[in-house]
Design a protein around this ligand. Sequence first.
Ligand SMILES: Cc1ncc(COP(=O)(O)O)c(C=O)c1O
Length: 485
Amino acid sequence: MNNYIKTLISRMAISNNVVLTAEHNAILDYAYRYYQKNKVGPLYYNFKKQLGISKTQINRLFPHGLYSVYNWVDIPLHSAHFPCKSIPTIEVNDYRQVYLDYNATTFIREEVKKVLLNYYSGNMGFGNPSSSTEPGRQAWELINSAHEQVAQCLQVEPTEIVFTGCGTEANNLAIKGIALNHYQEKGHIITANTEHSSVLRSVQYMETLGYEVTILNVDHDGFVDPDDVARHIRKNTILVSIMAANNEIGTIHPVPEIGKICKTAGVPFMVDAIQAFGRIPLQPKKLGISLMSVSSHKIYGPKGVGALFVDKECNLAPLLHGGRQEGDLRSGTENVGHIIAMATAARLMNAEMINESARLRELRNYFIDQLYRNIPDIIVNGSLQHRLPHNLSIGFPRIDSGSFLLGLNKIGVYVSSGSACSEGSRETSHVLHAIGVDRHKYGTIRFSFGLQTTKDDLDYVLKYIPVLYQELIKSGDKPLPDGQD
Ligand SMILES: Cc1ncc(COP(=O)(O)O)c(C=O)c1O
Protein backbone atom coordinates (compact mmCIF):
# COMPACT_ATOMS: atom_id res chain seq x y z
CA MET A 1 0.00 0.00 0.00
CA ASN A 2 1.31 3.43 -0.83
CA ASN A 3 1.37 6.37 1.57
CA TYR A 4 -1.74 7.90 0.05
CA ILE A 5 -3.81 4.81 0.86
CA LYS A 6 -2.32 4.54 4.34
CA THR A 7 -3.18 8.18 5.03
CA LEU A 8 -6.65 7.70 3.60
CA ILE A 9 -7.26 4.74 5.90
CA SER A 10 -6.16 6.59 8.99
CA ARG A 11 -8.23 9.65 8.03
CA MET A 12 -11.33 7.53 7.44
CA ALA A 13 -10.79 5.70 10.72
CA ILE A 14 -10.49 8.98 12.63
CA SER A 15 -13.53 10.55 11.01
CA ASN A 16 -15.62 7.44 11.67
CA ASN A 17 -14.36 6.93 15.23
CA VAL A 18 -12.97 3.52 14.40
CA VAL A 19 -9.97 2.16 16.27
CA LEU A 20 -8.05 0.10 13.74
CA THR A 21 -7.34 -3.49 14.74
CA ALA A 22 -5.38 -6.28 13.06
CA GLU A 23 -8.69 -7.53 11.64
CA HIS A 24 -9.44 -4.16 10.03
CA ASN A 25 -5.97 -4.07 8.55
CA ALA A 26 -6.21 -7.60 7.17
CA ILE A 27 -9.53 -6.80 5.46
CA LEU A 28 -8.28 -3.53 4.01
CA ASP A 29 -5.01 -5.02 2.87
CA TYR A 30 -6.77 -7.92 1.17
CA ALA A 31 -9.31 -5.62 -0.54
CA TYR A 32 -6.54 -3.35 -1.78
CA ARG A 33 -4.45 -6.20 -3.20
CA TYR A 34 -7.50 -7.86 -4.74
CA TYR A 35 -8.43 -4.66 -6.54
CA GLN A 36 -4.88 -4.08 -7.81
CA LYS A 37 -4.88 -7.55 -9.30
CA ASN A 38 -8.44 -7.86 -10.61
CA LYS A 39 -9.54 -4.26 -11.19
CA VAL A 40 -12.80 -5.02 -9.41
CA GLY A 41 -13.39 -5.05 -5.68
CA PRO A 42 -13.73 -8.32 -3.74
CA LEU A 43 -17.15 -9.52 -2.62
CA TYR A 44 -18.09 -10.70 0.88
CA TYR A 45 -17.70 -14.19 -0.45
CA ASN A 46 -14.01 -13.56 -1.28
CA PHE A 47 -13.27 -12.35 2.23
CA LYS A 48 -14.91 -15.41 3.69
CA LYS A 49 -12.97 -17.73 1.44
CA GLN A 50 -9.56 -16.07 1.74
CA LEU A 51 -9.57 -14.66 5.26
CA GLY A 52 -12.35 -16.62 6.93
CA ILE A 53 -14.02 -13.30 7.83
CA SER A 54 -17.80 -13.25 7.45
CA LYS A 55 -20.13 -10.56 6.13
CA THR A 56 -21.45 -10.01 9.66
CA GLN A 57 -17.93 -9.42 10.97
CA ILE A 58 -17.13 -6.95 8.18
CA ASN A 59 -20.37 -5.08 8.78
CA ARG A 60 -19.58 -4.94 12.47
CA LEU A 61 -16.04 -3.64 11.92
CA PHE A 62 -16.80 -0.98 9.30
CA PRO A 63 -19.57 1.64 9.59
CA HIS A 64 -20.97 0.93 6.13
CA GLY A 65 -19.69 -2.60 5.68
CA LEU A 66 -18.18 -3.31 2.29
CA TYR A 67 -18.90 0.24 1.11
CA SER A 68 -16.49 1.52 3.76
CA VAL A 69 -13.85 -1.07 2.94
CA TYR A 70 -13.93 0.08 -0.68
CA ASN A 71 -13.91 3.77 0.23
CA TRP A 72 -11.07 3.41 2.67
CA VAL A 73 -8.69 1.85 0.14
CA ASP A 74 -9.92 4.00 -2.73
CA ILE A 75 -11.68 1.31 -4.75
CA PRO A 76 -14.29 2.97 -6.96
CA LEU A 77 -17.67 1.63 -5.93
CA HIS A 78 -18.85 1.17 -9.49
CA SER A 79 -16.03 -1.32 -9.99
CA ALA A 80 -17.93 -3.70 -7.75
CA HIS A 81 -20.73 -5.87 -8.96
CA PHE A 82 -22.75 -5.75 -5.84
CA PRO A 83 -23.58 -2.28 -4.52
CA CYS A 84 -26.09 -1.15 -7.11
CA LYS A 85 -28.26 -4.17 -7.20
CA SER A 86 -29.16 -3.70 -10.80
CA ILE A 87 -28.06 -1.22 -13.40
CA PRO A 88 -31.08 -1.08 -15.69
CA THR A 89 -30.37 -1.44 -19.36
CA ILE A 90 -32.69 -0.25 -22.04
CA GLU A 91 -32.44 -0.31 -25.81
CA VAL A 92 -31.93 3.02 -27.51
CA ASN A 93 -31.76 3.32 -31.26
CA ASP A 94 -31.03 7.03 -31.31
CA TYR A 95 -28.10 7.13 -28.86
CA ARG A 96 -26.65 10.55 -28.10
CA GLN A 97 -24.63 12.10 -25.32
CA VAL A 98 -26.41 14.65 -23.19
CA TYR A 99 -24.44 16.40 -20.47
CA LEU A 100 -26.77 17.64 -17.73
CA ASP A 101 -24.28 18.14 -14.93
CA TYR A 102 -23.33 21.80 -15.30
CA ASN A 103 -23.61 22.42 -11.56
CA ALA A 104 -20.76 19.95 -11.09
CA THR A 105 -18.57 21.47 -13.76
CA THR A 106 -18.69 22.95 -17.25
CA PHE A 107 -16.68 22.34 -20.42
CA ILE A 108 -14.15 24.99 -21.48
CA ARG A 109 -15.82 27.16 -24.08
CA GLU A 110 -14.11 27.96 -27.40
CA GLU A 111 -13.28 31.60 -26.63
CA VAL A 112 -11.60 30.55 -23.40
CA LYS A 113 -9.81 27.65 -25.08
CA LYS A 114 -8.28 30.16 -27.52
CA VAL A 115 -6.93 32.27 -24.66
CA LEU A 116 -5.43 29.20 -23.01
CA LEU A 117 -3.88 27.89 -26.22
CA ASN A 118 -2.42 31.27 -27.02
CA TYR A 119 -0.91 31.56 -23.57
CA TYR A 120 0.45 28.04 -23.42
CA SER A 121 1.91 28.31 -26.92
CA GLY A 122 4.27 30.84 -25.33
CA ASN A 123 3.12 33.64 -27.63
CA MET A 124 2.49 36.01 -24.77
CA GLY A 125 3.17 36.66 -21.14
CA PHE A 126 5.19 33.60 -20.16
CA GLY A 127 7.33 35.77 -17.85
CA ASN A 128 6.98 36.01 -14.10
CA PRO A 129 4.55 38.87 -13.39
CA SER A 130 6.79 40.01 -10.52
CA SER A 131 9.88 40.27 -12.71
CA SER A 132 11.07 43.56 -14.20
CA THR A 133 11.86 42.03 -17.59
CA GLU A 134 9.76 42.70 -20.69
CA PRO A 135 8.16 39.20 -20.60
CA GLY A 136 7.48 39.80 -16.90
CA ARG A 137 5.86 43.13 -17.65
CA GLN A 138 3.66 41.49 -20.28
CA ALA A 139 2.56 38.85 -17.80
CA TRP A 140 1.82 41.55 -15.23
CA GLU A 141 -0.30 43.39 -17.77
CA LEU A 142 -2.28 40.22 -18.42
CA ILE A 143 -2.95 39.75 -14.72
CA ASN A 144 -3.90 43.40 -14.44
CA SER A 145 -6.35 43.10 -17.29
CA ALA A 146 -7.85 39.96 -15.69
CA HIS A 147 -8.43 41.91 -12.47
CA GLU A 148 -10.14 44.64 -14.47
CA GLN A 149 -12.41 42.23 -16.34
CA VAL A 150 -13.62 40.36 -13.25
CA ALA A 151 -13.97 43.64 -11.34
CA GLN A 152 -16.05 45.06 -14.18
CA CYS A 153 -18.45 42.09 -13.96
CA LEU A 154 -19.03 42.81 -10.27
CA GLN A 155 -18.82 46.61 -10.50
CA VAL A 156 -15.97 46.73 -7.98
CA GLU A 157 -12.38 47.96 -8.09
CA PRO A 158 -9.70 45.78 -9.74
CA THR A 159 -7.63 45.77 -6.54
CA GLU A 160 -10.62 44.23 -4.74
CA ILE A 161 -10.24 40.99 -6.73
CA VAL A 162 -7.90 38.27 -5.45
CA PHE A 163 -7.23 35.30 -7.73
CA THR A 164 -6.98 31.97 -5.92
CA GLY A 165 -6.31 28.33 -6.78
CA CYS A 166 -10.02 27.35 -6.79
CA GLY A 167 -13.40 28.26 -5.30
CA THR A 168 -12.68 26.20 -2.21
CA GLU A 169 -9.57 28.26 -1.58
CA ALA A 170 -11.50 31.51 -2.03
CA ASN A 171 -14.02 30.37 0.60
CA ASN A 172 -11.26 29.27 2.96
CA LEU A 173 -9.43 32.57 2.51
CA ALA A 174 -12.55 34.58 3.25
CA ILE A 175 -13.54 32.69 6.39
CA LYS A 176 -10.14 31.90 7.87
CA GLY A 177 -8.80 35.28 6.75
CA ILE A 178 -11.46 37.12 8.75
CA ALA A 179 -11.17 34.76 11.69
CA LEU A 180 -7.38 34.94 11.89
CA ASN A 181 -7.63 38.69 11.93
CA HIS A 182 -9.48 38.26 15.24
CA TYR A 183 -7.15 35.60 16.55
CA GLN A 184 -6.53 37.20 19.95
CA GLU A 185 -10.11 37.82 20.99
CA LYS A 186 -11.70 35.14 18.71
CA GLY A 187 -15.36 35.86 17.96
CA HIS A 188 -18.60 34.46 16.58
CA ILE A 189 -19.33 33.21 13.04
CA ILE A 190 -22.79 32.59 11.54
CA THR A 191 -23.45 30.28 8.62
CA ALA A 192 -26.21 27.90 7.45
CA ASN A 193 -26.61 24.14 7.31
CA THR A 194 -26.85 23.89 3.51
CA GLU A 195 -23.57 25.64 2.73
CA HIS A 196 -20.94 23.94 0.60
CA SER A 197 -18.45 21.82 2.56
CA SER A 198 -15.68 24.34 1.82
CA VAL A 199 -17.61 26.86 3.93
CA LEU A 200 -19.04 24.52 6.55
CA ARG A 201 -15.78 22.73 7.19
CA SER A 202 -13.79 25.97 7.34
CA VAL A 203 -16.22 27.36 9.90
CA GLN A 204 -16.19 24.11 11.87
CA TYR A 205 -12.40 24.15 11.82
CA MET A 206 -12.39 27.64 13.30
CA GLU A 207 -14.69 26.30 16.02
CA THR A 208 -12.00 23.79 16.99
CA LEU A 209 -9.65 26.77 17.43
CA GLY A 210 -11.96 28.44 19.93
CA TYR A 211 -14.30 30.55 17.78
CA GLU A 212 -18.04 30.45 18.49
CA VAL A 213 -20.22 29.20 15.67
CA THR A 214 -23.94 29.36 14.89
CA ILE A 215 -25.22 27.16 12.07
CA LEU A 216 -28.69 28.31 11.03
CA ASN A 217 -31.32 25.87 9.80
CA VAL A 218 -32.99 26.50 6.45
CA ASP A 219 -36.71 26.02 5.78
CA HIS A 220 -38.37 23.34 3.66
CA ASP A 221 -37.39 25.10 0.41
CA GLY A 222 -33.83 25.63 1.57
CA PHE A 223 -34.08 29.33 2.47
CA VAL A 224 -32.26 31.07 5.27
CA ASP A 225 -34.60 33.45 7.09
CA PRO A 226 -32.99 36.94 7.26
CA ASP A 227 -34.73 37.53 10.62
CA ASP A 228 -32.96 34.46 11.91
CA VAL A 229 -29.64 35.99 10.86
CA ALA A 230 -30.57 39.25 12.61
CA ARG A 231 -31.61 37.39 15.78
CA HIS A 232 -28.30 35.56 16.00
CA ILE A 233 -25.94 38.46 15.40
CA ARG A 234 -24.12 39.29 18.65
CA LYS A 235 -21.69 41.93 19.78
CA ASN A 236 -18.78 39.62 19.01
CA THR A 237 -20.01 38.35 15.61
CA ILE A 238 -17.13 38.69 13.16
CA LEU A 239 -18.66 37.11 10.04
CA VAL A 240 -21.91 35.99 8.43
CA SER A 241 -21.39 33.51 5.58
CA ILE A 242 -24.42 32.60 3.47
CA MET A 243 -24.21 31.33 -0.10
CA ALA A 244 -25.96 33.16 -2.96
CA ALA A 245 -27.45 29.94 -4.35
CA ASN A 246 -27.23 26.30 -3.42
CA ASN A 247 -25.30 23.84 -5.57
CA GLU A 248 -27.66 20.90 -5.02
CA ILE A 249 -31.13 22.40 -5.04
CA GLY A 250 -30.48 25.78 -6.68
CA THR A 251 -32.27 27.79 -3.97
CA ILE A 252 -31.40 31.49 -4.21
CA HIS A 253 -31.03 33.00 -0.75
CA PRO A 254 -32.37 36.45 0.21
CA VAL A 255 -28.92 38.02 -0.15
CA PRO A 256 -30.07 41.68 -0.34
CA GLU A 257 -32.01 41.38 2.94
CA ILE A 258 -29.16 39.60 4.72
CA GLY A 259 -26.69 42.14 3.30
CA LYS A 260 -28.73 44.98 4.73
CA ILE A 261 -28.84 43.36 8.16
CA CYS A 262 -25.08 42.78 8.17
CA LYS A 263 -24.34 46.30 7.01
CA THR A 264 -26.50 47.79 9.76
CA ALA A 265 -24.81 45.58 12.34
CA GLY A 266 -21.34 46.33 10.94
CA VAL A 267 -20.59 42.64 10.40
CA PRO A 268 -18.74 41.47 7.25
CA PHE A 269 -21.01 39.42 4.96
CA MET A 270 -19.38 36.63 2.95
CA VAL A 271 -21.23 35.15 -0.03
CA ASP A 272 -20.25 31.94 -1.80
CA ALA A 273 -21.38 32.88 -5.32
CA ILE A 274 -19.72 29.93 -7.02
CA GLN A 275 -22.99 28.61 -8.46
CA ALA A 276 -24.70 31.97 -8.81
CA PHE A 277 -22.10 34.08 -10.57
CA GLY A 278 -23.10 34.69 -14.20
CA ARG A 279 -26.56 33.18 -13.56
CA ILE A 280 -28.14 35.94 -11.52
CA PRO A 281 -27.11 39.60 -11.18
CA LEU A 282 -24.79 40.11 -8.21
CA GLN A 283 -23.20 43.45 -7.41
CA PRO A 284 -21.55 43.17 -4.00
CA LYS A 285 -21.44 46.90 -3.31
CA LYS A 286 -25.19 47.22 -3.81
CA LEU A 287 -25.92 44.12 -1.75
CA GLY A 288 -23.88 44.82 1.37
CA ILE A 289 -21.44 42.01 0.54
CA SER A 290 -17.89 42.27 1.87
CA LEU A 291 -16.50 39.03 0.43
CA MET A 292 -17.67 36.97 -2.52
CA SER A 293 -16.20 33.84 -4.12
CA VAL A 294 -16.29 32.70 -7.74
CA SER A 295 -14.91 29.57 -9.41
CA SER A 296 -13.76 29.33 -13.01
CA HIS A 297 -14.82 25.76 -13.79
CA LYS A 298 -18.50 26.55 -13.15
CA ILE A 299 -18.47 29.25 -15.83
CA TYR A 300 -16.81 27.48 -18.80
CA GLY A 301 -13.27 28.27 -17.66
CA PRO A 302 -10.48 25.90 -16.63
CA LYS A 303 -10.40 24.04 -13.32
CA GLY A 304 -7.98 25.11 -10.59
CA VAL A 305 -8.60 28.85 -10.51
CA GLY A 306 -11.02 30.98 -8.56
CA ALA A 307 -11.41 34.52 -7.31
CA LEU A 308 -12.44 36.30 -4.16
CA PHE A 309 -13.88 39.79 -4.05
CA VAL A 310 -12.56 41.49 -0.91
CA ASP A 311 -14.09 44.87 -0.15
CA LYS A 312 -11.31 47.38 0.48
CA GLU A 313 -12.81 48.15 3.89
CA CYS A 314 -12.52 44.51 4.90
CA ASN A 315 -9.37 43.27 6.64
CA LEU A 316 -8.22 39.73 5.97
CA ALA A 317 -5.19 37.80 7.12
CA PRO A 318 -3.55 35.90 4.26
CA LEU A 319 -3.34 32.11 4.38
CA LEU A 320 -0.21 31.99 2.22
CA HIS A 321 2.82 34.12 3.05
CA GLY A 322 5.52 34.81 0.52
CA GLY A 323 6.02 37.20 -2.35
CA ARG A 324 2.95 39.33 -1.53
CA GLN A 325 1.16 38.73 -4.83
CA GLU A 326 -2.55 39.54 -5.17
CA GLY A 327 -2.45 42.45 -2.75
CA ASP A 328 -0.55 40.26 -0.25
CA LEU A 329 -3.61 38.06 0.14
CA ARG A 330 -2.42 35.18 -2.02
CA SER A 331 1.33 34.87 -2.25
CA GLY A 332 2.77 32.64 -4.95
CA THR A 333 3.59 33.25 -8.60
CA GLU A 334 0.29 33.73 -10.36
CA ASN A 335 -1.20 31.04 -12.61
CA VAL A 336 -1.26 33.54 -15.47
CA GLY A 337 -2.81 31.32 -18.16
CA HIS A 338 -5.66 30.16 -15.98
CA ILE A 339 -6.28 33.60 -14.55
CA ILE A 340 -6.67 35.24 -17.96
CA ALA A 341 -8.82 32.34 -19.11
CA MET A 342 -11.06 32.76 -16.09
CA ALA A 343 -11.36 36.49 -16.73
CA THR A 344 -12.53 35.80 -20.29
CA ALA A 345 -15.00 33.21 -19.04
CA ALA A 346 -16.35 35.64 -16.45
CA ARG A 347 -16.71 38.47 -18.96
CA LEU A 348 -18.64 36.29 -21.42
CA MET A 349 -20.80 34.80 -18.71
CA ASN A 350 -21.73 38.23 -17.47
CA ALA A 351 -22.45 39.58 -20.94
CA GLU A 352 -24.69 36.63 -21.84
CA MET A 353 -26.35 36.20 -18.47
CA ILE A 354 -29.78 37.64 -19.17
CA ASN A 355 -30.42 35.87 -22.46
CA GLU A 356 -28.84 32.58 -21.52
CA SER A 357 -30.59 32.44 -18.15
CA ALA A 358 -33.94 33.07 -19.85
CA ARG A 359 -33.22 30.31 -22.41
CA LEU A 360 -32.24 27.82 -19.71
CA ARG A 361 -35.19 28.71 -17.50
CA GLU A 362 -37.53 27.99 -20.38
CA LEU A 363 -35.84 24.67 -21.14
CA ARG A 364 -35.86 23.73 -17.47
CA ASN A 365 -39.55 24.54 -17.14
CA TYR A 366 -40.35 22.53 -20.25
CA PHE A 367 -38.37 19.61 -18.83
CA ILE A 368 -40.18 19.65 -15.50
CA ASP A 369 -43.62 19.92 -17.14
CA GLN A 370 -42.91 16.92 -19.31
CA LEU A 371 -41.49 14.95 -16.41
CA TYR A 372 -44.63 15.58 -14.35
CA ARG A 373 -46.74 14.29 -17.23
CA ASN A 374 -44.91 10.98 -17.29
CA ILE A 375 -44.18 10.47 -13.61
CA PRO A 376 -46.74 12.56 -11.69
CA ASP A 377 -45.52 11.68 -8.20
CA ILE A 378 -42.03 13.13 -8.53
CA ILE A 379 -41.09 15.96 -6.19
CA VAL A 380 -39.04 19.07 -6.89
CA ASN A 381 -36.51 19.72 -4.13
CA GLY A 382 -36.21 23.40 -3.24
CA SER A 383 -38.16 26.39 -4.48
CA LEU A 384 -39.06 26.57 -8.17
CA GLN A 385 -39.60 30.31 -7.97
CA HIS A 386 -36.36 31.48 -6.35
CA ARG A 387 -34.03 29.07 -8.02
CA LEU A 388 -31.00 29.13 -10.29
CA PRO A 389 -32.32 29.01 -13.85
CA HIS A 390 -30.21 25.99 -14.81
CA ASN A 391 -30.82 23.72 -11.83
CA LEU A 392 -33.41 21.06 -11.17
CA SER A 393 -33.28 18.60 -8.28
CA ILE A 394 -35.91 15.91 -8.56
CA GLY A 395 -36.97 13.22 -6.10
CA PHE A 396 -38.13 10.08 -7.88
CA PRO A 397 -40.32 7.93 -5.63
CA ARG A 398 -39.35 4.39 -4.72
CA ILE A 399 -36.08 4.11 -6.63
CA ASP A 400 -32.37 4.19 -5.87
CA SER A 401 -30.84 7.26 -7.49
CA GLY A 402 -27.46 5.58 -7.89
CA SER A 403 -28.91 2.86 -10.09
CA PHE A 404 -30.91 5.49 -11.96
CA LEU A 405 -27.79 7.55 -12.57
CA LEU A 406 -25.86 4.57 -13.89
CA GLY A 407 -28.77 3.59 -16.11
CA LEU A 408 -28.87 7.12 -17.56
CA ASN A 409 -25.10 7.01 -17.95
CA LYS A 410 -25.44 3.93 -20.13
CA ILE A 411 -27.65 5.77 -22.57
CA GLY A 412 -25.30 8.77 -22.68
CA VAL A 413 -27.09 11.01 -20.18
CA TYR A 414 -24.85 12.51 -17.51
CA VAL A 415 -26.40 13.81 -14.30
CA SER A 416 -25.60 13.87 -10.59
CA SER A 417 -27.05 11.89 -7.78
CA GLY A 418 -24.21 11.39 -5.38
CA SER A 419 -25.50 8.15 -3.98
CA ALA A 420 -23.44 5.15 -3.07
CA CYS A 421 -23.33 3.56 -6.44
CA SER A 422 -22.35 6.64 -8.32
CA GLU A 423 -19.80 8.57 -6.38
CA GLY A 424 -18.13 6.19 -4.01
CA SER A 425 -19.75 7.66 -0.97
CA ARG A 426 -22.63 6.63 1.15
CA GLU A 427 -22.76 9.77 3.12
CA THR A 428 -26.16 11.38 3.16
CA SER A 429 -26.57 14.75 1.50
CA HIS A 430 -26.62 17.38 4.23
CA VAL A 431 -28.70 19.62 1.95
CA LEU A 432 -31.51 17.10 1.33
CA HIS A 433 -31.43 16.25 4.99
CA ALA A 434 -31.69 19.95 5.92
CA ILE A 435 -34.82 20.50 3.80
CA GLY A 436 -36.43 17.36 5.17
CA VAL A 437 -36.50 15.14 2.07
CA ASP A 438 -37.40 11.60 3.04
CA ARG A 439 -34.44 9.86 1.47
CA HIS A 440 -35.92 6.47 2.13
CA LYS A 441 -38.83 7.35 -0.15
CA TYR A 442 -37.13 9.34 -2.90
CA GLY A 443 -34.03 8.87 -5.00
CA THR A 444 -32.73 12.31 -5.96
CA ILE A 445 -31.28 13.24 -9.33
CA ARG A 446 -29.86 16.69 -10.06
CA PHE A 447 -30.24 17.81 -13.65
CA SER A 448 -28.31 20.95 -14.52
CA PHE A 449 -28.35 22.68 -17.86
CA GLY A 450 -25.91 24.85 -19.77
CA LEU A 451 -24.63 26.36 -22.98
CA GLN A 452 -24.80 23.18 -25.02
CA THR A 453 -28.22 22.03 -23.80
CA THR A 454 -30.91 21.94 -26.48
CA LYS A 455 -34.58 20.98 -26.55
CA ASP A 456 -33.67 17.94 -28.69
CA ASP A 457 -31.32 16.79 -25.92
CA LEU A 458 -34.09 17.12 -23.37
CA ASP A 459 -36.57 15.28 -25.57
CA TYR A 460 -34.11 12.40 -25.78
CA VAL A 461 -33.78 12.31 -21.99
CA LEU A 462 -37.53 12.67 -21.51
CA LYS A 463 -38.18 9.81 -23.89
CA TYR A 464 -36.08 7.35 -21.88
CA ILE A 465 -36.52 8.46 -18.28
CA PRO A 466 -39.98 6.87 -17.91
CA VAL A 467 -38.73 3.60 -19.43
CA LEU A 468 -35.72 3.50 -17.17
CA TYR A 469 -37.82 4.47 -14.19
CA GLN A 470 -40.25 1.62 -14.79
CA GLU A 471 -37.33 -0.81 -15.10
CA LEU A 472 -36.07 0.35 -11.73
CA ILE A 473 -39.47 0.06 -10.12
CA LYS A 474 -39.70 -3.49 -11.44
CA SER A 475 -36.26 -4.35 -10.07
CA GLY A 476 -37.43 -3.25 -6.61
CA ASP A 477 -34.31 -1.16 -5.78
CA LYS A 478 -34.95 1.03 -2.78
CA PRO A 479 -33.68 4.62 -2.51
CA LEU A 480 -30.23 5.03 -0.99
CA PRO A 481 -29.06 8.24 0.67
CA ASP A 482 -27.69 10.96 -1.61
CA GLY A 483 -24.85 13.43 -1.39
CA GLN A 484 -23.83 15.90 -4.04
CA ASP A 485 -20.90 18.14 -4.72
C1 LIG B 1 -21.44 26.34 -3.91
C2 LIG B 1 -20.05 25.85 -4.11
N1 LIG B 1 -19.07 26.35 -3.34
C3 LIG B 1 -17.79 25.95 -3.47
C4 LIG B 1 -17.42 25.01 -4.43
C5 LIG B 1 -15.99 24.62 -4.58
O1 LIG B 1 -15.40 25.19 -5.75
P1 LIG B 1 -14.12 24.55 -6.42
O2 LIG B 1 -14.55 23.27 -7.06
O3 LIG B 1 -13.63 25.56 -7.42
O4 LIG B 1 -13.12 24.34 -5.34
C6 LIG B 1 -18.42 24.45 -5.23
C7 LIG B 1 -18.08 23.39 -6.21
O5 LIG B 1 -18.82 22.43 -6.39
C8 LIG B 1 -19.76 24.89 -5.07
O6 LIG B 1 -20.76 24.39 -5.83
